[in-house]
Design a binder for this molecule. Structure first.
Ligand SMILES: Cc1cc2nc3c(=O)[nH]c(=O)nc-3n(C[C@H](O)[C@H](O)[C@H](O)COP(=O)(O)O)c2cc1C
Length: 206
């Protein structure tokens, strides 16, 4: 397998001075090119000994405040983030030959925002979020399905509330790198780092 990256380039003037503007621009390109998978990203966290773990999650919003995803606060990632509130996010948009790497501190989003998003989800997804002890060992698939059915029997679906164990995190970036695949492995890498409140742009060797 030997692929050449020929489709795009990332000049300094295209990168501009604002990583959020560039991210928004690339994200819209990704939505156009890969559709509903554009918001799939790899989330990396670390445990108390610094051992990393990574998994895919969905980006559900971004702004200058940060990049938001939703999950179970008591899951493995939730436990790791309460011990070490730092994470890395990695996007790869295959058709565009682009990667974005983001690192930063993490924080739970305000409960109000988690409630709003929870309430906007389909009822079946909400029930699953309530009944699934994400990342814990469970006896069987049947046990999980039984949990779901028992919950529906015992509760009023219309009165369903966000459980305290489920909500959003924001990754508040201090470093955002844009990678554009180029010919002969001479890729473009533009790095933005937060320096006393201002974003500084630099170019890295591929
Ligand atoms: C494409 C894709 C999207 C996913 N999106 C989410 C998500 O938004 N939130 C989430 O908690 N898990 C999501 N998952 C499941 C996670 O990868 C993972 O299995 C789960 O969060 C448990 O991870 P943990 O045990 O490290 O906490 C997604 C998986 C895939 C493959």
């Amino acid at each position: 397998m030997r692929k050449e990256y020929l489709r795009h380039e990332l000049k300094d003037e295209q990168a501009g001075d604002d990583p959020f503007d560039l991210f928004a621009f690339w994200f819209m390109d990704a939505v156009r090119s890969v559709g509903e998978d554009a918001n799939v990203m790899c989330l990396s966290t670390a445990d108390a000994e610094g051992r990393p773990s990574a998994r895919m999650v969905l980006l559900k919003g971004f702004s200058r405040e940060g990049f938001t995803f939703f999950t179970n606060y008591e899951s493995r990632k939730g436990r790791e983030l309460s011990g070490r509130p730092y994470a890395a996010l990695t996007f790869y948009w295959h058709d565009l030959e682009r990667q974005v790497r983001i690192t930063g501190r993490t924080a739970k989003i305000p409960a109000k925002e988690s409630i709003e998003y929870f309430n906007a989800r389909p009822a079946d997804s909400r029930i699953s979020a309530i009944i699934s002890p994400q990342s814990d060992e469970i006896p069987s698939r049947g046990w999980l399905e039984k949990q779901r059915i028992s919950w529906i029997e015992d509760n009023d679906v219309k009165k369903m509330k966000r459980p305290a164990h489920w909500g959003g995190y924001r990754v508040i970036p201090d470093r955002i790198e844009f990678w554009q695949g180029r010919e002969n492995r001479l890729h473009d890498r533009i790095l933005f780092t937060l320096d006393s409140g201002n974003w500084k742009r630099s170019r890295l060797a591929p």
